[in-house]
Ligand binder design. Sequence first.
Ligand code: DGL
Length: 264
Amino acid sequence: MIGIFDSGLGGLSAYKELRALRPEEDYLYFGDTGRVPYGTRSKATLEKYTRQDIAFLRARGVDAILAACGTVSSVVLDDVKDEYDLPIFGVVDAAADAAVAATKNEKIGVLGTGATISSRAFERKIRAKDPDALVVARACPLFVPLVENGYVARDCEVTRLVARDYLADVKAAGVDTLILGCTHFPLIADIIADLLPKVTLINAGAAAAHAVARALPRRADTGGSAAFFVSDDPANFDEVARIFLGGDTISAEKVDIDTFAAEI
Ligand code: DGL
């Protein structure tokens, strides 16, 4: 069973792609909706949350984990993942690889949370693969609560207004490739694409899903199930998840994530 976690709805962008690539797998999704957003937290807090999220997934029997969160992947995952005896994937490497492969003019934009952009993790990975690349990074913290509150429709004026402001720098820089380095952002990809019609968007969660599918051997004894857990009232998660996943009914269960602190 593959465990996927994020601060909330964003990791569904990875789940959707991985489910399409590996429909036979069993999935366990955890959205830490009681503590979203992650992108404004300190490294120490993110380490604590990440360890608790992993403890919850392990307690439920997963044997591989995708940290489908750009913030966790950028800020803490390299320091934490070797503590565990199961494979733990992040989203940064796969997205950087995809962006370097896609760009023609070597101008790559990166959108992420404040913590992700401050860490410069995407920038480092891109430059390691293409030292000549120009990287234009922009923190877009307001996108996360907009997505969590369901402001995701293509014609949503509020999100379009915020996006126009956030995208001004990458547009002016002439990037031809833009990493959606927060997994929440693909839920508003239509709005971003409308504002940057000639730019190739790299969905970090989807890129990571491809990397996970390549890395994990296919297994015969799986059932194709999916279970969803959140750390706060599931109603809003269920509703936005249903829209994003194309009408599949989601019925997430609430867990008390603090109880998993005891395992750490
Ligand atoms: N979806 C997460 C990310 O990719 C977290 C966003 C947040 O909670 O701030 O960064």
